[in-house]
Every structure is written in C-alpha cells, then in structure tokens.
Design a protein around this ligand. Structure first.
Ligand SMILES: [Zn+2]
Length: 493
C-alpha cells in the first residue's frame, strides 16, 4: 500500500468516525423528539366448515361462510413503548389460546404479553375456540385454537411491520337507540322460574311488549368511544371503536359471520374515504360492557320483520355514522405517551351446593325415564354444573390497563355488565376511559354483587363461574393499575 493510499484510508476512517459520532449524538440528544408511530393489519381467522357454531343454546355445524372472520390488529409505539390491540371475530376466546398467541408475539417481536390486549367481539355466529369448560385451562389445544393463536400473532407482527410516523386522536359520542338492558323486573312469577328449582327476581330476555314487564334491572351505556390514527399526511391508518352492545344477530342458520362488528369495519373505512387505500385501513369495533345489554327493545312489540343481515347492517351504519360525525371534531396529537400494566387476579371458582347436585340428579333421573323432545334448560345446567365440580378452586384472571395520552382503556375477561363499565368510566383517572370486555380470556358472565342478589340467567352457576364479589375486586384492581400508569408516565396530562 502506498503512503498516498494510507492517507486516504486514514482520512476515510476519521471521517466515518466523526459521522457515526454525529449521528449517535443527534439520536440521543436530550432535545430530540420521540416519534409516535402506528401500524395496523388484519389476519383472516375464518374456520373450516363443519366446526361448531356456539352462539345459541345448542351448537350447530358451520355450513356456509357469509363473511370472513378477522383478527384486527393495531400497534402503537411512542418511541419507547409498544402496545397492541387485537380484536377477534369470535364469541369468546379462552385465556390459553390468547396466552399462546402472546408467547408467539413476545418471541418474534419482543413485545411482552402484558402490553398486548387480545379480545373477542362476541359475534354469536363464529365457531367455538374453547374447550369444554370456561374455568378449566386446557393443555391440549384443538387445530382451530392453534390456527387462531398463530393467525393472531401473525397479525401483530404484520401490524408492527407497518409501523409509520402517525398522529393520534380520540373521542366519544352517544348512540342510545341501539342498546337495551335485557334483564327485567316482571309481574309474572311463571317468567321467573330458574333451572335450579328456584324463583328469580328478574328475567333475561322477557317476552317483547308483554304487560308483565315492569322495569329494566340495570342501566345501559350509550357511549361509542373511539381512537383514530392517521399518517402525517392525514391518510387513515386505523380506527378502534367501542360500543356496549352484546351483538345484533339475524344470520341464516349455519352461517359464519362477524355480525355488525364486521360491517362497522367496512362502513367506517368508506366514511373516512379509506376503503381503496394501497396501505389497507383497519376499522375495528370492540365490545364494551354488554353482558346485560342487547339490541331488543323489550318495551315495544316487534315493529318490523327484518331480512337476514339487514338489522346488523342498520346498526353498524348508525354506529359508524355517529363515530364519523364525532371524528370530524377530534384533535390529533403528534405524540402521546403509551403505557400498559397487567395483573392476574385470583378469584374463587363457584361450586355447586349439595342441594343443587341433588336437584339436578332428581331432574335428570326423571328425564331419563321420560326423555323430552329436545334438551331441556335443566339438562344444559346439569351438564355445566357437573363440569365445575372438579374445576380448580381458583382462577387467575388477566386484567389490563392501558394509557394512551389522556385516554384510559381497561380490559376484563368476562361478559361484563354495563353498570361496571359506567363505574370504570367514572372512576378511572384519565380524561376519557372505556373498557373492552372478553379481553385476554373468556370466563363467562360477570354480574355485580347487587345483580347476583336479583338472580336471572347471567347469575346462574354455569353462566357465571366466579365468586359473587368478583366485580368489586376487579374494579379495584383496574383502578390500582390505572394509578400506576399515571405515576409512571405522568408527563402529559
Ligand atoms: Zn352472548
């Protein structure tokens, strides 16, 4: 090597060292602004035909796919922390499936499970993704459960691959006309008999327009909450909404469908002018707290006969229109902090009393001698009760709290009552708060202690599986989790 070559090489080295140093120092300079990023993706989770649809009392095999089912994924990154939301078209996915998906996400991306919220929409026209019991954790997963976990984790990975600098905003608007509390005080004792041989004080889904109807047993939450992310040029990336409505229904028998949650995703894309984008926009509707709220106006007789899929489109259109209206007024932020916290809360599993076991033994003995034409309500609960006898005495239910700027999101793995959602909205520390139910697991209904005293379908052992004080413990834990997020990251309030 000539001395001239040496000089050139040394010069090149010195220059590159200066360049690297300059880049590093600008990366870590105290005044450098962190960049907020967002990415979204959908992952198809449609099951094979023949799997069991479990939305009704008795399972039926899937014979047709009316519309594809999806896991809709959104990832937010404040430059330091990533959080993810995955909303799946399913009636209720158990903790073991979500935990497997979270392990896969963590292994492939480094994002911990505590920072990923995975929930079911509660469409009643999807096939089952759970084992025989809601409180026994299965160790052997079915083919569909494994497929589902894998498709969910793929969705998160793909959303991360789509991360780009983004702006974020959120808002809320009321739509009271599509939510009705389905638990009623009625003046007719024959409507109040339960399969345990007792009499309840309230009736779930009473006869529509009946004279026996007195008053609903609880409130509804009319609020549609949403958060929206767009690119720095204003191209919509994703919108995640939340409404406290069980589902709508009105599908053809044997059809697989995402219900109104799927239509909402389509309609909001169109309203935002984002339905034909090169980078696909992802519309997402999560379920709020709708364990006791559905779409039936019980106080009125049925006014109109709807065709299949008509009503769910009507409701989706209304909710999407309201969100679009409110969306025009929200403020977008270039950067907000994001944070997440999780706790697995131990809850006692309810066990049948000796009287219950004896009652069902007598009923089933009668049915064996004189078999009814179709499975009775008593037989369904006899079966459910048998399954909890040997269930573990305790379950550890995942609870999560998220912070996105001044927006708080709680995650509860039960079909949660509207009054619980309202309480969290009221007591959580951020400017706007909402809850996503059936998140990170699916442990059945979660009536409040007061609703347990009234009885009714959702409170029956076999609809509900955990101690009657569970709601109180869950709300207290979530408020504690929110508090830690406020302290940890309380720079922007
Ligand atoms: Zn349901």
């Amino acid at each position: 090597m000539s001395s001239r070559q040496w000089v050139m090489l040394t010069l090149a080295f010195v220059l590159s060292t200066i360049l690297v140093t300059a880049t590093e120092s600008s990366l870590f300079a105290a005044d450098a602004k962190p960049v907020f990023r967002a990415g979204a993706a959908t992952s198809n989770i449609t099951p094979p035909l023949g799997e069991a649809i479990v939305g009704g009392w008795r399972p039926i095999p899937a014979r047709n796919i009316h519309d594809e089912l999806h896991a809709r994924c959104l990832v937010l990154d404040d430059g330091q922390t990533k959080i993810a939301f995955v909303i799946c078209d399913n009636v209720g996915i158990p903790v073991e499936v979500f935990d497997l998906a979270k392990e896969q996400v963590e292994a492939s991306t480094g994002v911990p499970g505590s920072h990923v919220l995975m929930a079911s929409t509660h469409t009643h026209s999807a096939t089952t993704a759970r084992g025989p019991s809601k409180v026994v954790r299965e160790t052997e997963l079915t083919d569909y459960q494994k497929f589902l976990a894998h498709r969910i984790s793929d969705g998160v990975r793909r959303a991360i691959a789509q991360l780009e600098p983004a702006r974020i905003g959120w808002g809320k608007i009321d739509e009271p006309s599509e939510v009705f509390n389905r638990r009623w005080h009625v003046n007719n004792a024959s409507l109040l008999a339960n399969p345990f041989g007792g009499i309840d004080q309230v009736r779930m889904n009473p006869p529509r327009g009946s004279d026996a109807l007195d008053r609903p047993a609880g409130p509804t939450d009319p609020e549609v909450s949403f958060l929206s992310v767009q690119s720095l040029e204003g191209r919509p990336i994703a919108l995640l909404a939340n409404y406290s409505l069980h589902y709508v229904g009105g599908v053809r028998s044997g059809d697989v469908s995402a219900d109104y949650f799927g239509y909402f995703a389509k309609f909001i894309a169109k309203k935002l002018g984002a339905d034909e984008q090169e980078t696909p926009f992802v519309g997402i509707l999560s379920n709020g707290t709708s364990g006791d709220v559905n779409n039936i106006n019980f106080s009125q007789p049925r006014s109109k006969k709807y065709k299949s899929y008509e009503k769910m489109q009507e409701v989706a259109e209304k909710v999407a229109s309201r969100v679009h209206e409110a969306h025009q007024k929200i403020e977008f932020h270039d950067w907000v902090p994001v944070a997440a916290a999780e706790k697995r809360l131990p809850l006692k599993v309810r066990k049948p009393t000796a009287e219950m076991i004896e009652h069902f033994a007598t009923v089933m003995e009668k049915e064996r001698k004189n078999p009814p034409k179709r499975q009775s309500r008593e037989a369904i609960y006899a079966d459910r009760i048998e399954k909890v006898i040997n269930a573990p005495d305790e379950v550890h239910v995942p609870l999560q709290a998220f912070r996105i700027g001044d927006l708080g999101i709680a995650a509860i793995p039960f079909e949660t009552f509207a009054e619980t959602g309202l309480e969290i909205k009221d007591r959580a520390p951020f400017g706007q708060n909402f809850t996503i139910e059936l998140a990170n697991g699916s442990y059945g209904y979660l009536p409040t202690p007061g609703q347990h005293r009234l009885g009714g379908y959702e409170t029956w052992l076999g609809s509900n599986y955990v101690e009657k004080e569970a709601t109180t413990k869950i709300v207290a834990t979530l408020l504690d989790l929110f508090q830690t997020l406020q302290l940890d990251n309380g720079t922007e309030k």
